[in-house]
Design a protein. Structure first.
Length: 351
């Protein structure tokens, strides 16, 4: 009897893992279907609603003289694709940051990335007279990357290296320093204040195909590297000593993951401005379905991030039609109560 029990235990565990993987796969498939529905809504709804038949003809039999066809092809579709890229990037970068920093409250805002992009824009206006949104994209991207390097570099000083506590403290310090510079410039330069006011809201409106084309390589490379990092993050979650015992090069892994965060967050922030709460909340929502396994957490976070960003963008177009609320405002309004829930129910923030 004992031999039977020993023999059946691995089989039972294997069946349990298979069922769990099946549930996770089914949940991810459902999210993808919902995301597809939201994409259709994003292309169809707004200050100018587009009927399903017109939407179909805009692709199957495009008429350049039709205003509806032009709106769909030249504005709605690029806006939706950019929303997919930015939402997925923020969801992934939030999951990466929380995993590599081992801090459930890590997000681009806390780690100084948004502040780095902001200070780069105001300095570009002040020192170089930059006025074009296409130029801001590159300065914002560079500022976000510099902020990420600074945070990781400062936290790496000392024998222990970039520990979770040191990463959080370095992020707070860099954010405070960059925010002070930004405030000083805005108080003394009217042009910088005006340009910053338009960028800082966080919006998809007006960011169409040219912005997407500029940043697409960064989104693609960052997404591929992030989705491949599940096993690495699982090892880091066990602690540095265990990760080293498993053969991981901890410093190198953290450096690569932070570079990936810089790519994703830098591109997303450059494209749409700072969008709060999304990178913080999405990994926690995904973790409710996946548990701590980053091999599933990362794809869930990517899909959920894109889904929530596009859904909030559609809501922003409808609630004050014919005008619209910027998606950053909608996410901020909806993210605040979710953040309170994360604080209240601690089980949601356990890594």
């Amino acid at each position: 009897m004992a031999v039977v029990q020993l023999g059946t235990a691995p089989a039972t565990a294997s069946r349990g893992r298979a069922r769990l993987a099946g549930r996770r796969g089914s949940g991810l498939a459902i999210l993808v279907v919902v995301l597809a529905v939201v994409c259709v809504a994003s292309v169809s709804l707004g200050s100018r609603a587009v009927a399903p038949a017109t939407l179909w003809h805009a692709f199957a039999a495009f008429d350049p003289t039709s205003t509806d066809h032009t709106v769909v092809r030249d504005m709605r579709v690029p806006r939706t694709l950019l929303g997919l890229a930015v939402g997925g990037a923020l969801g992934l970068s939030g999951a990466l940051l929380q995993g590599v920093a081992r801090n459930p409250l890590a997000d681009p805002g806390i780690m100084g990335i948004n502040a780095g992009a902001a200070v780069a824009i105001v300095l570009a206006v002040l020192l170089l007279g930059a006025q074009q949104a296409s130029t801001f994209v590159w300065f914002a991207f560079a500022g976000a990357g510099i902020a990420t390097v600074l945070v990781y570099g400062i936290a790496s000083f000392g024998r222990e290296g970039a520990t979770p506590v040191k990463l959080a403290l370095a992020g707070v310090a860099v954010t405070a320093a960059f925010s002070s510079v930004t405030s000083a410039v805005l108080l003394t330069n009217v042009d910088a204040l005006e340009q910053m006011r338009m960028w800082q809201v966080g919006a998809l409106a007006g960011r169409y195909a040219p912005v997407l084309h500029q940043l697409a390589p960064f989104f693609v490379v960052g997404t591929v590297v992030a989705l491949a990092a599940g096993r690495t993050l699982n090892g880091l979650a066990l602690g540095e000593d265990v990760a080293r015992a498993l053969g991981q090069r901890v410093a190198l892994s953290r450096g690569v993951l932070f570079a990936t965060v810089a790519l994703l967050c830098g591109a997303a922030t450059a494209a749409c401005g700072p969008i709060v709460f999304l990178g913080l909340v999405v990994p926690h929502l995904a973790r409710l379905a996946t548990g701590p396994d980053h091999r599933w957490l990362l794809p869930y976070s990517a899909v959920l991030g894109a889904l929530l960003l596009l859904a909030c963008d559609v809501v922003g177009r409808l609630v004050v039609a014919p005008g619209e609320l910027a998606v950053g405002v909608v996410i901020g309004l909806l993210g605040a109560p979710v953040f309170v829930a994360l604080v209240r129910y601690r089980r949601m923030v356990e890594l």
